[in-house]
Design a protein around this ligand. Structure first.
Ligand code: SF4
Ligand code: SF4
Length: 294
């Protein structure tokens, strides 16, 4: 599928959870006019709580296949028990959690007693939010892997909406950390906004995610959330960004209203008189220049 080159994909990431990434993503999703919004945190999606979408369609996601032994056909030869590298077959039954879906047992069973079926790994939700915009999120079922594959599926669908409906922005709330789903979320984006907090662990996590993002050679900017709770570390972060030649998109002050907004499951923009909302608005406006650079 060809992606419309005029669409700008903005991915919001943080080195770990709890930095305020979703608060910012929710605010941007309101500010970005002609846009599609996607929550790629498939292990713990929460943007839907703030956006209160109307679910239009729920589709199954099959991340792979799993083996199942048909007891009526099994001759108890034990080939599969001895051959499974993951020790997933016990007492002539496959342990669903341990089965990695390699299909080897299915191929070697002399009695054709093993079925190799598609495995339901999660669901993808196709939703509508105000101003007739699309919002997509997904949930992986407990214990299921393949989160990277689900993120790729989600982004593919969101990009297709952008192209079909000629949207300007694809706003993506990314997964926390630096694992496989983050890699999947980074693929093909135009710009990354990293959200960090002024703590030593925040700086450490920021450095890790910066190393990962730099390998994708994508435009990167950073927001320091609650910058005023530790001005000394906030300054260290600014110095680090300067050394690495990374833009500081802006700083957000600690504001009790952010906590209130989260408790009331609302976007911070619904409290326009507070300082954090004003600062987020300023950051969003500054990001408009990215559209020219990328
Ligand atoms: S290889 Fe097939 S027949 Fe042999 S124990 Fe496994 S399931 Fe049963
Ligand atoms: S599909 Fe692979 S991992 Fe799963 S039980 Fe068979 S051999 Fe083991």
């Amino acid at each position: 599928m060809t992606i419309n080159p005029s669409i700008k994909q903005l991915l919001i990431l943080s080195g770990k959870g709890g930095t305020g990434k979703t608060t910012i993503a929710a605010a941007f999703s309101k500010l970005a006019g002609r846009s599609v919004v996607a929550d790629c945190d498939v292990d713990a999606a929460d943007l839907f709580i703030l956006l209160k979408p109307e679910v239009k369609e729920k589709t199954e996601f099959h991340g792979g296949k799993k083996a199942v032994i048909n007891q009526d056909l099994c001759s108890r030869c034990e080939f599969c028990l001895q051959s499974c590298r993951f020790d997933a077959i016990v007492d002539y039954s496959v342990d669903e959690v341990l089965c990695e879906g390699c299909g080897f047992c299915f191929r070697i069973c002399p009695s054709n007693a093993i079925e190799f079926n598609k495995n339901l790994s999660g669901h993808l939700f196709d939703c509508r939010i105000p101003e007739n915009r699309e919002f997509l999120y997904a949930k992986l079922l407990p214990g299921e892997g393949n989160s990277g594959k689900l993120v790729t599926e989600l982004k593919k669908k969101a990009s297709a909406y952008c192209t079909q409906k000629e949207k300007e922005w694809l706003i993506i709330d990314g997964p926390p950390g630096i694992g496989c789903p983050v890699n999947a979320s980074l693929s093909g984006v135009d710009a990354v906004l990293l959200v960090t907090e002024p703590t030593l662990s925040g700086l450490h996590d920021l450095k890790r995610i910066v190393r990962l993002v730099q390998s994708f050679k994508v435009y990167t900017a950073v927001v320091i959330n609650k910058h005023d709770i530790n001005k000394e570390v906030a300054e260290q972060i600014e110095n680090y960004l300067h050394q690495e030649n990374i833009s500081l998109a802006g700083k957000i002050s600690f504001d009790e209203k952010v906590v209130t907004a989260l408790q009331q499951e609302k976007s911070i923009l619904e409290y326009p008189e507070n300082i954090a909302a004003q600062e987020i608005l300023t950051i969003w406006n500054s990001l408009q220049t990215i559209r020219i650079k990328i």
